[in-house]
Design a protein around this ligand. Structure first.
Ligand code: ATP
Ligand code: MG
Ligand code: MG
Length: 354
């Protein structure tokens, strides 16, 4: 049996399935309703991620199961793992689903993060904010992505915390100190079944409205900071006994201090450039890792800039296709909506070209 089960049917699942096909694997996707991944899979199981019958079916069809989305229920994955190997391990999910648990875990492994405190009432938010000099980012502990579920206190306007806890949905929150970073970077790391690790070059990431806009490689950070990012990634991979690809986002402070922002136990948007500028993409790397194949080369044949095509920007694809150095990727989503990631383009500058 060489069938891979993928939980989650977004563009990441689709790109994983496309890479899997090239290596001779078929994929089954578990996702409710229409999704971009199903066009490239042999079967879609149309159900919720924690539907017991659907998970039983997935375990029967697949020889290994992975996920493209970190908010799948941990308990369901632990149960599934009793019947079929599930990679990355459920432990990685439980750490990355809750920003408080995640930051404590990272700090326990000797890796720095922004300062943080749990804040579960208006009073606690006010106290925590005072501790951080009036500047911070309030986030829901769970389920946030693309900057959703966040509120920035910039210290310029007087912070109004009355009613904030309920305005944020009366859910557990974390307040992080505001980091005046000089830049944001990420590293895409991989660990195989036999414990060997590989790292792609760090990318410099720019966001707007909380959404990743652009990733640039090389990132222009120093070799020292780059080595620190790899070392942090190595520790996290080993601590989780990880199998697969992991994305780690960092802030680089003005003093060249490296702080982990968050980890994603999956292929990552800031690693999409690897598909165009590396021999082996993060997607192929993930499939190799979870299928017990050796990891592939992470070296880069080109410098590059990856830009997300968000909402209506996908309509620019025909014009972008005229640029000789542009590698295009359309996710096959039927409907563009504001803020929705619809595709990406990677501009290449081959190494050694002037
Ligand atoms: P993703 O889509 O990457 O999962 P997310 O919703 O989990 O995003 P974060 O990565 O926590 O959100 O934050 C989004 C962006 O907001 C960061 O990339 C950074 O630009 C900014 N940001 C987050 N936390 C802080 C902080 N403590 N200080 C300064 N800026 C921050
Ligand atoms: Mg996140
Ligand atoms: Mg993020």
């Amino acid at each position: 049996n060489s069938t891979i089960g993928i939980i989650g049917g977004g563009q990441l699942g689709r790109m994983l399935a496309m890479a899997a096909a090239r290596l001779g694997y078929e994929c089954v996707v578990l996702e409710k309703g229409g999704c971009p991944t199903r066009d490239v899979c042999v079967e879609q199981i149309d159900a919720a991620y924690d539907d017991p019958a659907a998970l039983a079916k997935l375990a029967e069809r697949a020889s290994v199961v992975t996920y493209e989305f970190e908010n799948v229920p941990v308990g369901a994955m632990e149960e599934l793992a009793r019947h079929v190997p599930v990679y990355p391990p459920a432990k990685a999910l439980s750490f990355s689903q809750d920003r408080l648990v995640e930051k404590r875990f990272i700090n326990e492994h000797g890796i720095a993060t922004a300062p943080f405190v749990p804040a579960d009432s208006d009073e606690e938010i006010a106290d925590a904010l005072a501790r951080f000099g009036g500047r911070g980012v309030l986030k829901t502990r769970r389920m946030g992505y693309d900057g959703k579920g966040q509120r920035v206190f910039d210290g310029k306007t007087e912070a109004k915390v009355d009613g904030v806890f309920s305005a944020m949905g009366t859910v557990p929150l974390i307040l992080e100190g505001f980091i005046d970073f000089s830049c944001e970077i990420s590293i895409i790391a991989a660990r195989s079944l036999d414990g060997s690790v590989a790292f792609y070059d760090p990318a410099r990431n720019e966001h707007s409205d909380g959404i990743l806009r652009r990733s640039t490689v090389p990132s222009q950070i120093s070799d020292t900071v780059s080595a620190q990012a790899r070392e942090a990634a190595r520790r996290i991979l080993n601590a989780l006994d990880y199998v697969g690809v992991l994305g780690i986002e960092f802030f680089v402070t003005k003093d060249q201090e490296l702080l982990v922002n968050e980890i994603a136990p999956r292929v990552h948007n800031s690693g999409h450039w690897t598909e165009a500028a590396c021999a082996v993409s993060q997607f192929e790397q993930h499939i190799r890792a979870i299928c017990g194949l050796p990891l592939g080369a992470t070296s880069r044949h080109s410098d590059c800039v990856m830009e997300n095509l968000i909402g209506d920007e996908i309509d620019d694809l025909p014009q972008l296709a005229q640029k000789p150095n542009a590698v295009l990727h359309h996710y096959g989503k039927r409907q563009a909506r504001p803020g929705r990631k619809m595709g990406h383009v990677t501009y290449l500058k081959p190494l050694g070209s002037s």
